[in-house]
Design a protein around this ligand. Structure first.
Ligand SMILES: *Cc1c(COP(=O)(O)O)cnc(C)c1O
Length: 377
C-alpha cells in the first residue's frame, strides 16, 4: 500500500472489487532492477500486466519488452517503442503470428524445438533466435517447468543448425520459475548455459546473448530473498562460469515490476460458520479465483490480506473464498489465514501486491461477475 493508492481509495469511492496501480512504484521497481543488475537490459514481461499506462511509463524509461503474443507485440509498438526493443519470447507461436511480428520489424525470437525453429526460418529469414533451455523450476512458487525448454544437447544441436536455416544463432535463455525463492537456482541455470556456450564455441558458433529470464520474487505474506542477494548470486555465477568472456545480458522481469505496485480492494460478502463446533469461519470476498486471483491455484501465491480492523481486533482462523457458485473458487483452505473475529459483510479487505497476473486472469463474466476493474494512477 502506498500513500497515493491509500488516498485514491479513500477519496474515489470506487465500487469493489478493483485494482489500483501506482505507476511510480512501477518506475521505482524498474530503476531498482537496473541499479542491481546494471549489465542486463530489461525486457518487461508484458503478460504480468499489459496495461497501456504501465507500458507507456516503461517505454519512457527506455525499457525493452518481452511479448508472449502478437497482440502484446502490437501493444508494445503502440507505445512508440521501436521494434528492436521487442523480443517475441513465447516458444509456442503460430507461424502466421511470427510472420506478422517480422513484418512489424521484430527480429528477436525464442524457440525450444526443431519445428518452432523451422517456422521462424520460414517466415522470419535472418532473424536472431535464442534457445530456451529446460530447468526444473525447483524453489519456484509458480513454476513454469516441463512445458518449456529443451535439453542442453538439443539446444546445442538446434543452435548449430540455425545458421544453415538462414537464422542468426544469437543466444540462450532460461526461466528459473516465477516467484523463485531459492537463489541457487540462478547459479545452476547460469552453469548449464555456460556449458552450451562453450560447447558451441568449440564448434565455431559464438553465441552473443544470455537471457536470464524472470522469476525475481515479490514479497507477499512471507519474506523473500532480496534483489540484492539475487543480483550478487547472478554476478558471482557469471564470473565463475563465464570468466571474462561475458555475453550480452538480458532479464525479463514481470512480477518484480508490477506486483507490489497494485492493491486489489475487495469487500466481504459473507462470514459464515458451517458447524456450531467449528471455530474456523469461511470468509467470502467479492473477488476470487475467477475475478483475477488465479495464482491462488494450489494456494501457490499467498497474498497478504488486510482489513481495517487488523489493529484493534482479535483474530481467528479462516478459510477464504470467492463469490461464485463454483467449488473451485476457494483461495485458501489449507494455508493458515487469520482474520478479525468481528469481521462482517460490507467490510473492506485489501489484497496487497496484486498488480501482477490479476487483471488479465480475470474471467470475462463468469457467474455474471464483471472483469476486474483497474485504475492506474
Ligand atoms: C512469464 C515470463 C516471464 C516473467 O516471469 P516473472 O516470474 O513474472 O518475472 C519472463 N520470461 C518469460 C519467457 C515468461 O514466460
Amino acid at each position: 500500500m502506498t500513500p497515493r493508492i491509500n488516498e485514491f481509495l479513500a477519496t474515489a469511492g470506487l465500487p469493489t472489487p478493483c485494482l489500483v496501480v501506482d505507476l511510480d512504484v512501477i518506475e521505482r521497481n524498474y530503476r531498482r532492477l537496473h541499479q542491481y543488475l546494471p549489465q542486463a537490459r530489461i525486457y518487461y514481461a508484458v503478460k504480468a500486466n499489459p496495461a497501456r499506462q504501465i507500458l507507456d511509463r516503461l517505454q519512457a524509461l527506455g525499457s525493452c519488452f518481452d511479448a508472449a503474443s502478437l497482440t502484446e507485440v502490437q501493444a508494445c509498438l503502440a507505445t512508440g517503442a521501436a521494434a528492436d526493443r521487442i523480443s517475441y519470447g513465447n516458444t509456442i507461436k503460430k507461424q502466421t503470428d511470427i510472420a506478422e511480428a517480422y513484418d512489424l520489424g521484430v527480429r528477436l525470437f525464442a524457440f525450444d524445438s526443431a519445428p518452432e525453429l523451422q517456422k521462424i526460418a520460414t517466415v522470419a529469414p535472418g532473424a536472431s533466435v535464442y534457445c530456451r533451455i529446460a530447468l526444473e523450476g525447483t524453489g519456484a512458487h509458480w513454476p513454469l517447468s516441463r512445458k518449456f525448454g529443451c535439453s542442453l544437447e538439443m539446444a546445442r544441436d538446434l543452435l548449430l543448425n540455425a545458421a544453415g536455416l538462414g537464422l542468426d544463432p544469437h543466444g540462450l535463455s532460461f526461466h528459473v520459475g516465477s516467484q523463485q525463492c531459492d537463489v541457487s537456482q540462478w547459479d545452476l541455470a547460469i552453469a548449464k548455459s555456460a556449458m552450451v556456450f562453450s560447447d558451441l564455441a568449440d564448434r565455431g558458433v559464438e553465441l552473443k546473448l544470455l537471457n536470464l529470464g524472470g522469476g525475481y520474487p515479490t514479497r507477499y505474506r512471507d519474506d523473500v530473498p532480496s534483489l540484492d542477494r539475487i543480483a550478487a548470486t547472478i554476478e558471482t555465477a557469471l564470473t565463475k562460469h563465464f570468466g571474462n568472456r561475458l555475453p550480452e545480458l538480458l532479464i525479463e522481469p514481470g512480477r518484480a515490476i508490477a506486483a507490489d505496485a497494485g492493491v486489489l480492494r475487495s469487500e466481504v460478502v459473507l462470514v459464515a460458520r458451517r458447524d456450531y463446533a467449528d471455530d474456523k469461519r469461511w470468509v467470502y470476498l467479492d473477488v476470487g479465483k475467477f475475478g483475477g486471483l488465479a495464482e491462488t491455484q494450489n494456494e501457490a501465491i499467498q497474498y497478504q490480506l488486510r482489513t481495517a480492523r487488523d489493529a484493534t481486533s482479535e483474530r481467528g482462523p479462516v478459510m477464504v473464498a470467492g463469490p461464485t457458485c463454483d467449488g473451485a473458487d476457494i483461495l485458501y483452505e489449507d494455508t493458515a489465514y487469520e482474520m478479525p473475529l468481528d469481521l462482517q459483510a460490507g467490510d473492506t479487505v485489501d489484497v496487497l501486491a496484486a498488480g501482477a497476473y490479476t487483471t488479465t486472469y480475470s474471467s470475462v463474466g463468469f457467474n455474471g461477475f464483471a472483469p476486474l476493474k483497474a485504475y492506474y494512477i
